[in-house]
Design a protein around this ligand. Structure first.
Ligand code: FES
Length: 107
């Protein structure tokens, strides 16, 4: 988080647009991102699975784990860690901040 000054904060969605314990897909500055809300906290990751061309927003969120809809690989949305086969590559995560009920993502 030390290089934040070089990051670009982009308005991604309203907090209210993300249902609690759920995930939505948004396009921000040409990037396909997944936004999650768990226990009132918002998280952002790339929306495309690192294993194949599946959108994580179409997957199943349980706690802080998103299950890919295609082969059921799971990522931890807090750090992007690939948690099980067939995944071998972590998914990218993005810092977020909330301002005025909007979610801003650092790209
Ligand atoms: Fe996501 Fe295969 S495409 S686990």
């Amino acid at each position: 988080m030390t290089e934040q000054s070089s990051q670009q904060w982009c308005d991604a969605a309203s907090v209210e647009a993300i249902p609690e314990d759920d995930v939505i897909g948004v396009e921000v500055d040409g990037k396909d991102l997944a936004l999650y809300r768990v226990d009132g906290q918002v998280y952002a990751t790339d929306n495309i699975c690192t294993h194949g061309h599946a959108r994580l927003c179409d997957g199943f969120l349980e706690g802080h784990e998103i299950e890919c809809p295609l082969h059921q690989g799971k990522f931890d949305i807090r750090d992007g860690r690939a948690m099980c086969a067939p995944l071998t590559v972590d998914v990218r995560t993005y810092p977020i901040r909330i301002e005025g009920g909007r979610v801003f993502v650092a790209l």
